[in-house]
Design a protein. Structure first.
Length: 679
């Protein structure tokens, strides 16, 4: 049977094509709405995750990992919020440079007015946005918590200056502490950790992230927002890489400034490596929305003539062509001077006309498409950026949690072994004592019948048969050895089950002025152990007198017990030996029982101290609630924490729910439109 040919002119096919075209049209028209819903989905994911973590968190100091994670997530939530808001903003054209290569002069040339300060080494950590839709002389400050504050330009400059002074003051304080403690730090690792710790605790970090400046209207790019950025090679006030990436994810288009003089003087591989590092800083090695300009070409021409200019252009195109949409020779100085003087010849020579042409072709013509494409790319980049931070946190938490569980189990096993060791030591001492006293009972009991007074008999039994002072000294020594071994055991585990972000610094604590902030030192000698009067290191002789000589004294104290002839005496000696042996047995049982109770109390204290200290140190690092509930409840909270974090990690890099309208919605919309037309 042959294949039936589809009649392309049939009503069914025609209807399908109309519906399909309508479907594509609606998708294109609603692309920003769809993208907004997707961005809101990820923003809500971050918000819910923050709430879950906040519920399981205590001790929310900025010095622990969870609090720093929560702070980072708050910024991430704000980034998604800003991204959604920016869907309807003007095109954001970022000016990026690897140093002080004339960025401000270029910005002024593009704005056709002296808006950005020149000849000032940039120190700021923020981005500056120049906008025609703000009144001239006004500035809007935007903060990490999404709060905005409108000020005059002079007020804004004063606020920024005060923020920089606060930063400088905190850096100065950190430097002073580092210099003071340098001699106490035994290794470079300890020094580096101490520096990190100080920066986390004392470094002032401004919440200001953007300043929007109002400028005169009427320039050629007034449908763009021109954005000045921190130099890529400067220390951006100590801000972390996460924040730097955040700046450049906001860019719809980028003009990347390269120094033509550097290209003329440097080796090719050095230039490529510098560029790769800088591109990596802004989120990737290759970008489709970047135009490069070779600034200071006027200086190259002055030094090497037209041949030098052509050589720089040729070198730049050969090594950078795969990284930029276009590479243009340029002089920011000539461009701005030409615009201010209305010197068309100087403007033409500067390359500003070619730059405007490229901006128009590469950005303005396709502005909406570029913005939507860039926002979608930024949405995904933010998700992966958040995920990297969360995954690093999960990895650290899992490693420490595994250490907590495994070391705790080993600790419990070692406590059991330690008790067995102590009981063996106790048995050794008591068995030796029992053997010796039994010999004395056998060989010396008869002497008791030859002594006159009852006091002499008691003293003889105490000193010569039971050797009370000797066993007292042995037990006291045994107690001290057990206490010392317990203390050493606890010191070992106080370090093994101690959690810190600064392991090398931990070794230097005793030499520094931060003993109260880092470290753990537990000493059992500070604890008082007393089991039914059997105090460590005291009262042993009196206890033995009570346990041993009490019943013996009763026997000896009966005068008639020592009367009678030879046969009666032998019978009484045998009877007394039996009673003395019974008393010895009970005495040893009582001593062992009390020593066992002491060991149990001692090791119980060790276990309690170590577990409490381990949970406290873990809590100091992470800040997870449950420390007061006990170890097992604490570990359950950690497991909940990990489960929530892993679920979030998977979702934040996963696809958002399909927000596109269904075909049924398109058909209903089309039907509604037809009905409106007929009406």
């Amino acid at each position: 049977m042959g294949t039936k040919q589809l009649d392309v002119a049939s009503p069914g096919v025609e209807l399908y094509e109309k519906v399909f075209q309508r479907f594509l049209t609606v998708l294109d028209q609603d692309q920003d709405i769809i993208l907004s819903k997707q961005i809101n989905y990820y923003e809500q994911l971050v918000s819910s995750f923050r709430e879950d973590l906040d519920y399981l968190t205590i001790n929310q100091s900025k010095h622990n990992k969870v609090s720093r994670l929560l702070e980072s997530l708050a910024e991430d939530e704000g980034n998604f919020h800003d991204l959604d808001k920016s869907l309807h903003d003007s095109f954001m054209l970022f000016i990026v440079g690897m140093g002080n290569y004339g960025k401000s002069t270029l910005i002024n040339a593009l704005l056709e007015q002296p808006a950005a300060e020149t000849d000032v080494l940039p120190k700021t950590w923020k981005i500056d946005v120049f906008r025609h839709d703000l009144p001239e002389g006004k500035a809007v400050l935007r903060f990490k918590d999404q709060i905005e504050q409108e000020l005059t330009v002079s007020e804004a400059r004063l606020f920024i200056e005060q923020e920089e002074k606060k930063r400088e003051k905190s850096e100065k304080e950190i430097g002073q502490i580092l210099r003071k403690e340098r001699g106490n730090l035994k290794s470079k690792e300890a020094y580096d950790e101490f520096q990190i710790k100080l920066r986390r605790e004392k470094l002032y970090v401004s919440h200001l992230i953007e300043v929007h400046w109002g400028i005169k209207n009427g320039y050629r790019l007034n449908d763009f927002h021109i954005v000045d950025t921190p130099g890529l090679t400067q220390n951006i006030m100590g801000e972390i890489q996460h924040s730097i990436n955040t700046y450049y994810h906001k860019a719809d288009g980028i003009i990347w400034m390269l120094d033509a003089q550097v290209i003329a003087a440097r080796g090719t591989m050095d230039l490529v490596e510098d560029l790769k590092k800088s591109l990596a800083t802004v989120g990737g090695e290759q970008r489709d929305n970047i135009i490069a300009i070779l600034n200071r070409m006027d200086q190259v021409h002055k030094n090497a003539g037209q041949e030098g200019v052509q050589n720089v252009i040729q070198v730049a195109n050969s090594i950078f062509k795969d990284y930029f949409k276009a590479i243009l020779p340029f002089s920011a100085k000539q461009a701005f001077e030409g615009i201010m003087a209305n010197d068309r010849e100087l403007m033409e020579k500067s390359g500003i006309q070619q730059l405007h042409h490229q901006i128009h072709n590469q950005f303005r013509v396709n502005a909406k498409r570029i913005q939507l494409q860039k926002k979608e790319e930024s949405m995904k980049s933010y998700g992966h950026q958040v995920n990297r931070v969360v995954e690093e946190f999960i990895e650290a938490l899992e490693a420490d949690y595994h250490k907590l569980k495994s070391d705790h189990q080993k600790f419990l096993d070692d406590i059991g072994r330690k008790k067995s060791e102590f009981m063996k030591q106790i048995d050794t001492v008591l068995k030796g004592y029992e053997k010796k006293v039994k010999g004395h009972i056998s060989s010396r009991t008869s002497t008791l019948f030859d002594l006159g007074s009852m006091q002499a008999k008691e003293d003889y039994a105490k000193n010569n048969i039971f050797e009370s002072d000797s066993i007292s000294a042995q037990i006291k020594k045994l107690q001290e050895e057990i206490l010392s071994q317990s203390n050493d055991f606890m010191q070992f585990y106080s370090k093994k089950l101690f959690f810190t972000e600064y392991p090398h610094l931990q070794e230097n604590v005793h030499q520094m002025d931060i003993k109260h902030q880092i470290g753990l030192k537990i000493d059992l000698k500070h604890h008082q152990f007393n089991t039914d009067g059997f105090a460590i290191g005291s009262g042993i002789a009196g206890l033995l007198t009570s346990l041993v000589l009490g019943p013996i004294g009763l026997l000896i104290g009966v005068a008639s017990f020592f009367g009678g002839g030879y046969l009666a005496k032998q019978s009484k000696i045998s009877d007394l030996e039996s009673k003395l042996n019974s008393a010895l047995k009970k005495t040893i049982e009582d001593i062992k029982g009390k020593l066992t109770s002491m060991v149990d109390e001692l090791l119980g204290t060790v276990e309690q101290e170590i577990i409490v200290a381990a949970m406290k140190s873990f809590n100091d690092v992470y800040g997870i609630i449950g420390q007061s509930l006990g170890l097992y409840e604490f570990m359950e909270n950690i497991e909940d924490f990990l489960e929530i974090s892993k679920e979030f990690s998977a979702n934040i890099i996963g696809p958002a729910p399909d927000q596109r309208p269904a075909l049924k919605e398109i058909l209903l919309l089309q039907k509604k439109e037809r009905m409106n037309v007929n009406c």
